[in-house]
Design a binder for this molecule. Structure first.
Ligand code: CUA
Length: 315
């Protein structure tokens, strides 16, 4: 079991143990009674049936007792649910975006990250949205799991009293690479957090294309080699021929150019690469024309340092 680092969610473990305790108790009680009856009323013991007319006290007992038990179980769950739904005043806000198939965290000062970094002992409000399908933001160590539903703004809050790294999963099946939709929650000291929040150095000019491709999650589906299994490879885009399907259904061979790349990002469904579907969501305002231009020229040049693994290791 994951360690529990979110004090407001301690009631979750408590509710779990209480419900488990009752369930085990009832299982054992029913099984033991059943075995006793099997033995006691076996035909070799010649049981004599009794003609029972009814019992008011028994009826009251088996109505009232389960009602009290169920209300008690509800109360245990309700108190912890309320604590987890009551976002403390003045909590720091982080926008969480789920997308096929990675996470993007945006801070108040505009800093974006693929990992969730938070200061220790500080309540953090999470604004949860998705840019495509339903995902579920799941931090086992926080006992926090909320669905991200298209068109719906959800929020939650977390707080940790322990510095460390914890897993973040997607807990809603969301397509081919659902299982890869994993990232890390880093809980750090306030000083480390401040340094991290304000310390993002701008990537050098020649790395800008790659860092944009990474920031916008292009490699969640595409690759710069031939390992892509969810979307067309971006390998040597500028020097190859692509067979595409036009909106009217006709096929055409094209040489990818900047206009083609721009359109593929803005309206991915318009012109499809033959053999691939239209799963890619369109990118709008969040990606500027200038950024798109940098990405396009980077891709058309074949990408310096196009080995994605090496680029990630440099981070
Ligand atoms: Cu996102 Cu599963």
């Amino acid at each position: 079991m994951y360690p529990q680092i979110f004090t407001a969610a301690q009631g979750v473990d408590q509710a779990f143990l209480i419900i488990l305790g009752f369930a085990v108790f009832i299982l054992v009680a029913v099984t033991v009674t059943m075995l006793y009856f099997l033995w006691r009323y076996h035909y070799t013991r010649n049981p004599q049936p009794t003609d029972i007319k009814g019992s008011i006290s028994l009826e009251i007992l088996w109505t009232v007792l389960p009602t009290l038990i169920v209300l008690g179980l509800f109360w245990t769950g309700w108190t912890s649910f309320k604590a987890m739904r009551t976002i403390p005043e003045g909590a720091m806000t982080v926008a969480v975006e789920g997308r096929m198939w990675s996470w993007r965290f945006t801070y108040g000062n505009g800093r974006t990250s693929k990992e969730l970094v938070i200061p220790v002992d500080t309540p953090v409000k999470l604004d949860l949205t998705t840019r495509d399908v339903i995902h579920s933001f799941y931090v086992p160590a926080m006992r926090v799991k909320w669905d991200l539903v298209p068109g719906m703004d959800t929020n939650a809050w977390i707080e940790s009293d322990t510095v460390g790294d914890y897993d973040i999963f997607c807990a809603e099946y969301c397509g081919l690479k659902h299982a890869d939709m994993i990232t890390i929650l880093r809980v750090v000291d306030q000083d480390d957090f401040d340094a991290w929040l304000n310390g993002k150095e701008e990537p050098a000019e020649e790395d800008l294309g790659m860092s944009l491709l990474e920031e916008f999650g292009c490699f969640d589906c595409h690759s710069m080699d031939l390992s892509a299994d969810a979307a067309p490879s971006l390998l040597d885009l500028g020097s190859r021929e692509e067979t595409v399907i036009l909106p009217d259904g006709t096929e055409r061979k094209i040489k990818p150019d900047e206009a083609y790349i721009r359109q593929s990002v803005r309206e991915p469904g318009a012109v499809l690469v033959k053999g691939w579907g239209d799963e890619m969501p369109p990118y709008g305002d969040e990606l500027s024309d200038a950024q798109l231009g940098v990405m396009a020229s980077y891709l058309l040049k074949g990408g310096q340092g196009k080995d994605k693994g090496a680029a990630l290791a440099d981070e």
